[in-house]
Structures are given as C-alpha cells and as structure tokens.
Design a protein around this ligand. Structure first.
Ligand code: NAG
Ligand code: NAG
Ligand code: NAG
Length: 432
C-alpha cells in the first residue's frame, strides 16, 4: 500500500457485524493444530480463500492480528478489501486510509484501510491493507475435532513477501492471538458468540502437534485427562504502552503480561531488583508470555542473579563449555531422569502470592543440546531489555495456558507430564 497519509477518524457507532457463521451449526469451540518447527517457531494451519487453500502461519501469541503474504500466489474470488471509514476499519483500529498506484490485486486497492503488519521474529514492520476473506477451521467438542466451520469475512492484513524473512519454510504469515478486536480469538468468539477465551498447549515434539482451543473447554487429552478443572489462575495485566513495531501514541500493548513477584530456586530466593518486575509508565519492565521467543529471555541483572543462584546450588555438578545461546551447561548424565524431565530442582515463578506458583520442572528448564549436554534454557536479554522477563515457548511446552480476555486472567495447568499426558496427546481423529 502506498501513500497512507490521510487519517480517517471513524467516529461511527455502528453495529458491527463482522462475521457470521455461514451455517446454522454453532460450535462451542474451535481447534487449531500447532506444530513445533526445528527453528523453535510454532506453526498453525488454517484454510482460507475461495477456493479454500491451506495456509501455514507462525503463531504469535501477543500479535495484533493475522497477516498474510498477499503478493505471491494469493488467488481468491472472495477477497474483500476493507474500505476507509467502514465499521470493519474502525474495529481494526486502522489510522490510515490509502490508495495503490498499480493495477488492483490482493494487497493493492484504492480507498482501503491500512495497518502495520509486523514480523516479530526478525522485528520488522511495514504497511499493508486491511482486508477480509473466507477462513475455515475445525470445530471441536474438546475431545476430538468435529466439523470444519467457515467465517465469511475474516479480517486480516496483507503483508509483502519480504516480510516472511526469518519465518519457517512454507509459512506465509503470522497468526496473532493478542488482545485486540481483530486477533484470531476475538474474531472467532465474535463469529460464533462464544466466550472470549482461548487455550494454548504447545507440544515439545516436532513430529506430533499440540493444540490451540478457542472458545469454551473442555480440554481433553489422552488417556482421559481433562485439564479444564485443574487450572491455577493469575491476573493478566495490560501494558499501557504498545510493544508492537509500529504504534500510535496511547495505544496499549496487545501482549499478555502476568505479575511475577519473585523467583525461587531450590528454596532460595533469587535476589532481583523488583522494580524491574513492574510495568512502568513507559511500558518498560514486567513479565510477558511469548511464543516468538523460543526460550525465556531475562534482563541481564535478573539473568545473572538466576545463574548465580543456580550454579551455587548445583556447585557439586561439574559444568561443561556453554553452547550458544545458553550460558550454563552440564553433562546430561549428572542429572537423573524423572517423569518431569531431567532431575533438576524446580525454578518457581511466584505470582500474586506465595501460594500461586508457576513451577518450572526439568523438562521445561533444561534443554538437551546434544547427547551429552544439558543447558539451562534461559537466555540473557541484555541490560536494555524492555520487558524484564519474557516467558518463552520452551517453558510453555506441555503446559496448558488458558487466556480469558473477559475476566483478564490466565489459567495454567503446570506440566501435563505430571498427569501422564502431553500437549501432543489431543485425539486428532475427527468425529465430523
Ligand atoms: C487508484 O486510483 C488511481 C487514480 O484514480 C488510479 O490511477 C489507480 O489505478 C487506482 N488503483 C487501483 C489499485 O485501483
Ligand atoms: C532497580 O531498577 C530500576 C529500574 O531500572 C532502577 O532505576 C534502580 O536504580 C534499580 N535499583 C537498584 C538497587 O539497582
Ligand atoms: C480417538 O477418538 C476416536 C473417535 O472418537 C476413538 O474411536 C478412538 O478410540 C480415540 N482414541 C483413543 C486412543 O482413545
């Protein structure tokens, strides 16, 4: 999209009717498979366009919306750009209205709202048109996939092909699950009138997919484990300052923040500057959860304090040369093997009070970098780190996390390995 300069203040109190289910079948919940790529990205697949084609997208938990490469191979008879000053345009919080000075095609239309799709893996943003097309995903009863359902006018943003740089092969965009009106879970719940919540269960295996449920539970995994009723809850916080690549002043962050108050290892409290754990008025500090960071990233002083505490507690275990990006590695055989991964004392993130703990066991704290070496799966984010703690995908694996936007709380299961199941144990046999 070229020349997106004229602002359109759409003060329209219209009834939004963004999307209605094409059929009378009303699902309670939708299901997306999520596969771990060797790069550490988590890839989901939807079907889109007319005729429907499969589209692979990198999952961006805090991302604002879905964006797709419209420049290469986008063919669809149901592509509908979002017109300036329309209700869909204001729902998307677009601040620009643009024209395109070449023949019309997907991604290039006149009188169209603009937005800023961002590749959060390589930190690159650009402009693109807001648009809509048919999207189809599987519904679920919480046990199995049920029939596929379509949303006729699913909103997304077009990106150029170069924005795919750094994304896993075969991927043509990113799927944003963040706190906006047009993220995937928001549009799913609007389309089918279900609760504004979704649950993420990432598999640690590159061969067997995990799942994202959007809508209501239950969340059942083989053999007959219902995770729905055994979640611990902590408040989700809103960072008042956008963390997106491009934003307007006053825009809130679409990412999910929680309140870590302290970190404990082997019953020793890690000495950290607790000021860093609060979100300040510039939007710095605090703890967020991210699927685009393969490992948890800690601001330098927190990283150093954690490493010091852990290496002191494990001083009798000989260290081996560190393997990048990690700083602390040990011989694997120094650790016993348990149901919860390498026999490593847990790293506890203490939340709103001392009883609410996100406990990280060996399977989520130690990374097998080769047959002989295990490394602490946390990385140093530098002294300039904007967010003090970014809980990365490795620490989320085989933990179910339920994001409830209506009540602004996170439900977390702790490791499913302790319940003899994994996120890869959803029964994908369809009962449609
Ligand atoms: C947009 O309008 C301009 C001026 O009327 C025209 O030259 C251009 O071809 C149009 N572009 C598209 C994509 O329709
Ligand atoms: C703690 O961090 C805050 C924010 O970076 C900083 O202003 C303050 O000086 C730090 N306090 C100590 C004791 O290092
Ligand atoms: C998976 O679901 C199918 C369909 O309901 C069922 O027939 C099958 O037994 C299930 N598999 C397991 C291992 O329970």
């Amino acid at each position: 999209m070229a020349a997106s300069t004229s602002f359109s203040f759409s003060i329209l109190f219209l009834l939004f009717s963004i999307s209605f289910a094409a059929t009378s079948f009303r699902p309670k919940s939708l299901l997306l498979p999520v596969t771990k790529h060797p790069s550490g990205q988590y890839i989901t697949q939807i079907r889109q366009r007319t005729p429907l084609v499969p589209v692979k997208l990198t999952v961006d938990l805090g991302g604002q919306f879905m964006w797709v490469d419209c420049d290469r191979g986008y063919v669809s008879s149901s592509y509908k750009p979002v017109r300036c000053r329309s209700a869909q345009c204001s729902l998307s919080k677009s601040t620009s209205c643009g024209d395109c000075f070449s023949p019309p095609r997907p991604g290039c239309n006149n009188n169209t709202c603009g937005h800023f799709p961002g590749n959060t893996i390589i930190q690159l943003s650009t402009s693109g048109e807001v648009t809509s097309d048919v999207l189809s995903v599987s519904s679920t009863n919480g046990f199995n996939p049920t029939r596929a359902v379509s949303i006729p006018n699913f909103l997304f943003v077009c990106g150029p092909t170069f924005l795919l740089e750094g994304l896993a092969g075969g991927v043509s965009g990113m799927a944003g699950f963040g706190r906006t009106g047009i993220s995937l879970p928001s549009q799913f719940s609007a389309a089918f009138s279900f609760n504004r919540k979704f649950a993420v269960c990432l598999s640690g295996s590159t061969r067997s997919p995990g799942v994202i449920f959007s809508g209501n539970g239950p969340y059942h995994f083989l053999q007959n484990v219902d995770v729905t009723k055994s979640l611990t809850y902590t408040p989700l916080f809103i960072n008042p300052v956008s963390t997106a690549g491009v934003s307007t002043s006053g825009e809130k962050s679409s990412e999910y923040f929680i309140g870590v108050k302290s970190i404990v290892f082997n019953s020793k409290t890690v000495p950290i500057n607790t000021t860093l754990l609060k979100i300040d008025s510039n939007g710095n500090g605090g703890t967020k959860i991210s699927t685009v960071h393969p490992y948890t990233v800690l601001e330098s002083s927190i990283y150093n304090a954690l490493v010091k505490t852990i290496t002191r507690e494990l001083r009798n275990i000989p260290r081996v040369a560190a393997v990048a990006p990690f700083g602390v590695c040990y011989k694997s055989k120094s650790f016993g093997s348990t149901r919860l991964g390498p026999g490593m004392p847990s790293i506890d993130l203490i939340l709103q009070n001392k009883k609410v703990i996100w406990r990280i066991f060996g399977a989520n704290s130690m990374v097998q970098v080769n047959e002989e070496v295990l490394c602490l799966g946390f990385v140093d984010g530098g002294v300039e780190a904007r967010t003090a703690i970014v809980i990365g995908a490795y620490q989320m694996e085989d933990n179910l996390l339920e994001f409830d936007l209506a009540t602004s709380r996170l439900g977390f299961s702790s490791t499913l390995l302790g319940r003899m199941t994994t996120c890869a144990n959803f029964n994908f046999t369809s009962t449609a």
